[in-house]
Ligand binder design. Structure first.
Ligand code: NDP
Ligand code: HEM
Length: 509
């Protein structure tokens, strides 16, 4: 019999539960069904069959609109260096302090079944279950991004997905967008270096990309950026290896992560913070709210503070990875968003999509539940499964004692005033400087500039001729010789000016 005190779904693999319907009624065989005689029609009274089919019909929830393909695991964060002079975040205070976490890595543009080795940025999300709430780091493996104007995100993402007519990935759409929005060039340089095809999730870095604010003990704040550097070392596929792996094992990176943790080879990342005071930020050459720019290491050194290690695989992929819900707006006391407009938009977009994808009570799903959360004014809604705050008043009642914690104000460093404007950033020569910096970094690594030119040429050659030409000009804005080299290599592979059909060709890895 099913034990009274145990939900049936929690039985362990070695136990032998009684098979039942979903309402707990024992069933003789999961494969038998009720019909009239040996050959007659079915009976509507057969709850077991109807319930089985109806539940199956609803097994799929919406996949993530971006970052649909992913893998993840549990782990812990440990503070390795004292940073109490610059942080008041509880999780970061006290060398040796540990906090549980779950991480999810992903590709961006492809669907849930797409290959892990596609050329794409990789998502790098971590949810920390801190004593003061869940703190989510929703990062990428690239320190910059394609846009700095938030309205462009859905438009840009459409160009990385499928053509509305052909339902194919479309090289012309891809490069048409990028070559007409050249603030993306720095990120394109990263994406088409071999770091655009990481060997595994264990062998890549994670970057906040955005600037955040960390509150100091005196109530003032610094601007910060976070870097998570792989302790396994950077390891990448080249273009051809990535393409080959996409057909041999499209789940290569998913498997690599699961197998390494299963073997006890726990991947880890050393965490660093770059720090700028508001006064330094004002004088800084780069706009710290511009997501297409890094803070050069030489000017803003990396300060180590912790290590994140993944050490436990999940028991159930759907429950723990498909249902995990990260958001840049899941923050804790001591950290605040900066005015970066892309970050500000993300603060809205993630909980919004979670309500659509998982439902209004997504924070009650066990993998998303904070250690302690108490908000009895959020009540009811679909799947209120945690007791719904029982008899607690659903308004701030004078009959219910509650502690309200004073949150220190961030004082007055940041004061905004101005007329409401309709804003859209312009691309200026300064936008190509850091892209050129990366081209020079590649030049210091044997074969990496050649690989970059090749990686672009293979992809770009499938685009229409005028889009190809505009893209050569874009790379020429980074470096004249780079533009010329890409033009030469691409035209060798392109099908020729008469074949406009090339524009809708499936883009190549
Ligand atoms: P540095 O010479 O100090 O740093 C260069 C950095 O480039 C390295 O530390 C490494 O970042 C990254 N890098 C190395 N090889 C590759 C590669 N094949 N593909 C992509 N990135 C690579 O110079 P700067 O700080 O002045 O930066 C120069 C350029 O490096 C920037 O324009 C930017 O494009 C890129 N970069 C800079 C980062 C930053 O935060 N300053 C971070 C990452 C890239 P890491 O150590 O993080 O692996
Ligand atoms: C996932 C929106 C920019 C990193 C998502 C999802 C949405 C979204 C809707 C799906 C979330 C889900 O279904 O759970 C946006 C918008 C952006 C933006 C509107 C800009 C305006 C960025 C940037 C980064 C980033 C700049 C990195 C610095 C991620 C990651 C995921 C994700 C890592 C996957 C989260 C997971 O593993 O579940 N984004 N995004 N996004 N995004 Fe963004």
């Amino acid at each position: 019999m099913v034990a009274d005190d145990k939900p049936a779904s929690t039985f362990k693999y070695h136990e032998e539960p009684v098979y039942t319907t979903s309402n707990g009624c024992p069933v003789e065989s999961p494969e038998a069904y009720q019909r009239v005689g040996q050959n007659g029609p079915l009976l509507l009274q057969d709850f077991h069959l109807i319930d089985l089919l109806a539940h199956f019909d609803r097994e799929r929830i919406p996949e993530r609109v971006v970052h649909a393909k992913g893998a993840g695991a549990y782990g812990e964060f440990e503070v390795t260096h004292d940073i109490s002079d610059i942080s008041t975040i509880d999780m970061l205070l006290g060398v040796g302090k540990k906090t549980r976490c779950i991480a999810r890595f992903s590709t961006v543009g492809g669907e849930k079944g797409s290959p892990d080795t596609a050329r794409d940025p990789r998502g790098f999300s971590v949810k920390y279950y801190t004593e003061e709430g869940n703190w989510d780091w929703v990062y990428n493996n690239t320190p910059v991004f394609f846009i700095r104007d938030p309205t462009k995100f859905p438009l840009f993402i459409h160009t990385q997905k499928r053509n509305p007519q052909t339902n194919l990935k479309d090289a012309t759409m891809f490069w048409d967008y990028l070559s007409t929005h050249q603030e993306a060039t720095h990120q394109v340089m990263t994406l088409f270096s071999d770091r655009g095809t990481p060997y595994s999730y264990r062998h890549m870095n994670g970057y906040s990309g955005h600037t955040h604010k960390w509150i100091k003990p005196d109530g003032t704040f610094n601007y910060v950026q976070i870097h998570m550097k792989t302790d396994q070392g950077i390891k990448t596929f080249n273009n051809e290896e990535a393409g080959k792996m996409a057909s041999e094992n499209p789940d290569h990176n998913t498997q690599d992560l699961f197998d390494s943790i299963q073997k006890g080879e726990y991947p880890s990342w050393t965490c660093y913070v770059q720090v700028l005071s508001p006064e330094q930020a004002e004088k800084f050459r780069w706009n710290i709210f511009d997501l297409t720019k890094v803070w050069p290491h030489k000017e803003v050194p990396l300060r180590p503070f912790g290590r994140m290690t993944l050490n436990r695989n999940v028991e159930n992929y759907f429950a723990e990875i498909e249902q995990v819900a990260f958001s840049p707006s899941h923050m804790v006391p001591g950290v605040e968003p900066s005015a970066d407009p892309v970050l500000q938009s993300r603060l809205f977009s993630y909980p919004d999509t979670h309500r659509h994808r998982l439902g209004v009570n997504y924070q009650q799903i066990p993998v998303n539940s904070p250690i302690r959360a108490f908000n009895p004014y959020q009540r009811d809604g679909q799947m209120a499964v945690n007791g719904n705050y029982g008899a607690n008043p659903n308004y701030p009642s004078s009959y219910r004692n509650m502690t309200y914690r004073h949150v220190k104000p961030t004082n007055d460093h940041e004061k905004w005033a101005g007329a409401a404007v309709s804003y859209l950033s312009e691309v200026v020569p300064e936008d190509f400087v850091q892209a050129k910096g990366l081209w020079d970094v590649l030049g210091r690594q044997e074969g990496q500039q050649d690989n970059f030119v090749h990686n672009v040429a293979v992809h770009l050659s499938a685009a229409k001729e005028d889009t190809r030409k505009r893209t050569y000009e874009m790379f020429g804005n980074v470096d004249k010789e780079l533009g010329a080299r890409i033009a030469k290599e691409t035209e060798k592979l392109a099908p020729g000016p008469t074949s406009q059909a090339a524009g809708s060709a499936q883009s190549r890895l």
